[in-house]
Design a protein around this ligand. Structure first.
Ligand SMILES: [Ca+2]
Length: 485
């Protein structure tokens, strides 16, 4: 039977070039055709040499391959399934990390491309985020004992334990999950070695504590401009990604070397660098090589066509800062005059407490509900899984919820995240389920039920936390702010 009226487009990860077969699998299971692009090259997630002095490859990775594939893909699907031109072909997008960026980039510039987009942990501002990822690495380099500022990887656990100890209960429930890191006034001083400390492996030196502060604080220019927000309290279990090596991560170093400075004709000497200079920040901003940055916050054209976005981000993401998604959402609010209810009509932001970058949860802490059937998530459960195994419905699967929102007008008031006794093995049995809520709502425990069951929680309006940039403008009267409901 030839009949499909839906197309699922999936994204990629990092700098990878290749077809994302694992995420495409969700499409046919939902009765949809599915599409993925190789973004114009063939490489792993962390490789960037393919981009060096290849402007056309950068454009393909930045936006062109996605846009061309979506346009052509729609035509092919219509022809293959013999769909009349006047019949709607519902088109959905699902991607995380670079995939999140690709989706935002496409719907900002080409509002006709998608009817709904599921956007995870988006690396949306390539020109700013990627240099920052390098800067985070530089904070902890060189990785030598003689460098007092260097934190050896084994101390990240120490830090994560202390954050959990101080911040867990701030959200109202002591369950090992830091659900409201923004409310925690974390005191790093408790970890600093005293003068008489004998076990230096169990404390931080004053210099190491300074490194930690910089990572949380984020990147601020000399004149006080927020260049990119830092990593969230609770993300320490993933700090090894950006700070565990002997050189900056390829997400930052590769970007600067092969995307940004490729015309310099000499090898970029990062080792002589402790801070990324304003010249690099400005150059990235000016050139945005390949034009991948998704910084057009006014998406009225997409909204006016009935388009919907579910944005989500793991609160313990140690690679792409969660605060960057809050920032993006704030910037969207700003572009729409601070009308929170109006913005929530077409884009909703869900934080997922305890989830790392795109998927899973730290296995050295109490396992947090994380799976909503989103990009990369079925893939880490196995090659034959799709959706949320055992819960293939719109209450648990964010893509199905998105379809119901777009096609039936059922706004997504909550999603129930799931985890298993072994976090990535559904056969081990469900361990916990809990709602995640559209910002600024938070999941609130009813105080009596089983904390591991979703029914014991409900979404309730929390405090509206603005990024400093927007807060300043609201306070100075330059921007209205209308939180209703
Ligand atoms: Ca907690």
């Amino acid at each position: 039977m030839l009949s499909t009226k839906r197309l699922l487009v999936v994204g990629n990860g990092g700098f990878s070039g290749g077809i994302n077969w694992l995420d495409m699998a969700a499409g046919p299971h939902h009765g949809m055709a599915a599409l993925s692009t190789d973004t114009g090259h063939n490489s792993t997630t962390t490789e960037t040499s393919w981009a060096k002095q290849r402007a056309e490859k950068k454009e393909l990775w930045g936006w062109q391959a996605m846009h061309g594939s979506v346009s052509l893909g729609k035509a092919i699907v219509r022809r293959y399934y013999e769909q009349p031109d006047d019949e709607k072909l519902w088109t959905y997008y699902s991607g995380c990390s670079t995939g999140g960026r690709q989706g935002l980039r496409e719907l900002q510039k080409f509002p006709d491309s998608f009817d709904g987009a599921l956007i995870g942990a988006p690396a949306w501002w390539t020109a700013r985020l990627n240099p920052f990822l390098m800067q985070v690495g530089l904070y902890n380099l060189p990785a030598e004992e003689a460098n007092p500022y260097h934190i050896p990887q084994e101390k990240f656990v120490l830090l994560a334990d202390e954050v959990t100890r101080q911040c867990d209960e701030v959200d109202g429930v002591k369950d090992g999950i830091v659900s409201s890191p923004e409310k925690c006034e974390f005191d790093l001083g408790t970890l600093v070695c005293s003068e008489f400390e004998t076990k230096l492996s169990e404390c931080l030196t004053v210099e190491q504590a300074q490194t930690v502060s910089k990572v949380y604080q984020g990147w601020v220019s000399q004149d006080g401009e927020l260049l990119y927000p830092g990593l969230t309290l609770g993300s320490e279990d993933q700090w090894w990604i950006l700070m565990g090596g002997t050189e900056p991560s390829p997400f930052g170093l590769g970007y600067i070397r092969d995307f940004l400075l490729d015309d310099d004709g000499k090898e970029f000497d990062w080792a002589g660098l402790s801070t990324i200079g304003r010249d690099i920040v400005d150059k990235a901003q000016r050139l945005d090589p390949g034009r991948p940055s998704a910084t057009q916050y006014d998406i009225s054209n997409f909204k006016d066509r009935g388009g919907k976005v579910i944005l989500y981000h793991g609160l313990t993401d140690g690679l792409v800062p969660e605060k960057g998604s809050s920032w993006y959402y704030n910037k969207t609010l700003d572009a729409f005059g601070g009308d929170l209810d109006g913005v929530r009509d077409f884009i909703r932001y869900f934080q997922i407490p305890g989830m790392g970058h795109c998927f899973s949860t730290s296995n050295c802490r109490p396992n947090a509900p994380w799976n909503i059937g989103a990009a990369f998530q079925p893939g880490v459960l196995g090659r034959d899984t799709w959706s949320v195994p055992g819960f293939e419905n719109a209450e648990h699967d964010a893509l199905m919820a998105l379809i119901a929102w777009v096609e039936e007008g059922q706004a997504v008031d909550q999603l129930i995240a799931t985890t298993w006794k072994k976090p990535t093995d559904p056969n081990s049995g469900v361990l916990k389920q809990r709602p995640i809520c559209p910002w600024p709502e938070k999941a609130v425990y009813d105080g009596v039920g089983d904390v591991n069951e979703a029914g014991s929680w409900e979404c309730a309006m929390g405090e509206v936390e603005l990024v400093p940039e927007l807060r300043r403008r609201v306070e100075s009267g330059k921007r209205g702010w209308v939180p209703r409901g």
